[in-house]
Design a binder for this molecule. Structure first.
Ligand code: ZN
Length: 443
């Protein structure tokens, strides 16, 4: 039995039309749409739901066991079906219309990450229709709260833990096949997230009296004090260094570069200092690769009028933690930088960096071999992701967690994730399905 492109695109388009938008304030989320979406999946993939054992976890989670020949060494394939909201302003198509144009499908979630969900379901259905039974159990772990850091995935992991399921392979969204390559290797490369940075949100509050009239101001207002703190944060970036996944990234490329470059790729620590300085100058993602970063993202005050002195002002700082830094060490550092006793510093949410996945094992090699088959000549490299994924919850069950979205993603496409005109090429979608078909055959 073959894949039928038009049917696949119809099903994928239907997924995009469900407005499964996660709101940071849970009360704004339309739970019924999520339930309708899960119910619709059963109609759209009847073979999968009759062969597999599906279980709804909480309001948003869906866990499906695809029985293999053995229950040992199971694999977990992950995706999330919630999306961030979309302001139609700036879009050239309805964000929830799944419009097809020039070989692409437009809509929120086409890249992040209903494409993954759809490809996994299509691939599993394909194998079931063809009577193929995987060697080991495959668990499909789908969450509906990834974009708001909800509890779904954590609940799924607890459930699996209690059942004694110990995955030998977990694959979630993450890196992709990048045509532009990485610093030092400007060729197409598959980026596999082997670790993710931690994240902590600090709230800085400054309160002084009850405000007053702006015609008789003090020397520094509460906003001025916070502004000084913001400048101190920006003036003192975290120290740079090459972390384990970054060193692994270079090492895994050493087989691909000319012989005279090999030593540097094998032992990137030789060039740690110049690499870190170059990253500081270049900024952007290269800079974020070699250090923890801090960004002042929110500022507000109680004043509310040009002629009113605010009694209180608050500022939000988002910090992404590199391996070696922790929520506690970042807090200590912030307190050292901001020596103003009138500013209160609180940790609102905090998550330490993930451990680095094993990239020297059969599970990782299987993944890279499938990548080479689907994109011939494309080497794979582990790297450390700046953003977080639901995969981090699996760290209590295994150290073989990989974050890779099996598609070619250009820089321009990456910018549309969470932005306007998010869209996927039909070719990419079909290749993703092929990837999961090939992967399932070796799991
Ligand atoms: Zn996502």
């Amino acid at each position: 039995m073959k894949l039928k492109k038009s049917e696949i695109i119809d099903r994928f388009s239907a997924m995009i039309r469900f407005k499964t938008v996660s709101h940071p304030d849970r009360r704004g989320t339309d739970r019924d749409v999520f339930i309708a979406f899960r119910n619709w999946l059963k109609e759209a993939y009847p073979d999968l739901f009759s062969y597999g054992e599906a279980l709804a976890v909480g309001d948003y989670g869906l866990l499906i066991r695809i029985p293999g020949k053995s229950g040992n060494e199971p694999a977990v394939l992950m995706a999330h079906y919630d999306v961030v909201g979309a302001d139609p302003e700036g879009w050239s198509a309805d964000p929830f219309g799944a419009e097809r144009r020039d070989g692409r499908i437009y809509g929120r979630g086409t890249l992040d990450t209903k494409c993954t969900l759809c490809s996994i379901l299509e691939a599993v259905s394909y194998h079931i229709r063809n009577g193929f039974v995987p060697e080991h159990d495959i668990w499909l772990s789908f969450g509906g709260e990834e974009e708001v850091c909800g509890e779904t995935c954590s609940a799924i992991v607890s459930f699996l833990g209690e059942k004694g399921v110990r995955p030998s392979f977990v694959l979630d969204e993450g890196g992709a096949v990048i045509p532009e390559g990485v610093p030092g290797y400007r060729h197409q490369v598959a980026m596999i997230g082997a670790a993710e940075k931690g994240e902590v949100n600090f709230l800085l509050t400054c309160r002084e009296g009850n405000g007053g009239h702006a015609s008789v101001p003090p020397k520094t207002t509460v906003i001025g004090r916070l502004a000084k703190a913001a400048v101190a944060i920006e003036k003192h970036p975290f120290p740079g260094r090459l972390s384990t996944p970054v060193k692994a990234m270079f090492r895994h490329l050493s087989g691909e570069v000319p012989f005279y470059e090999k030593p540097v790729f094998m032992f990137p620590e030789i060039l740690e200092k110049p690499l870190v300085s170059a990253a500081s100058i270049l900024g952007g993602s290269f800079n974020a690769m070699v250090r923890s970063t801090a960004a002042v993202t929110v500022i507000s005050s109680t004043g509310g009028a040009f002629n009113v002195l605010p009694g209180e002002a608050a500022m939000g700082v988002n910090v992404r933690l590199l391996e070696g830094d922790t929520v506690a060490s970042a807090e200590k550092r912030l307190r050292r930088l901001i020596r103003d006793p009138s500013i209160r510093i609180e940790v609102m949410t905090g998550d330490d960096p993930s451990p680095t996945a094993d990239t020297d094992c059969g599970a990782y090699r299987k993944l890279t071999e499938v990548i080479r088959r689907v994109w011939p000549g494309t080497p794979s490299v582990p790297y450390q992701m700046n953003g977080g994924t639901d995969a981090r919850f699996y760290r209590v069950l295994t150290d073989r967690i990989y974050r890779f979205t099996p598609m070619i993603m250009t820089e321009a496409e990456r910018r549309t994730v969470h932005g306007a005109d998010e869209s996927i090429s039909e070719e990419n979608l079909l290749t993703m399905i092929r990837f999961y078909i090939e992967l399932m055959a070796v799991l």
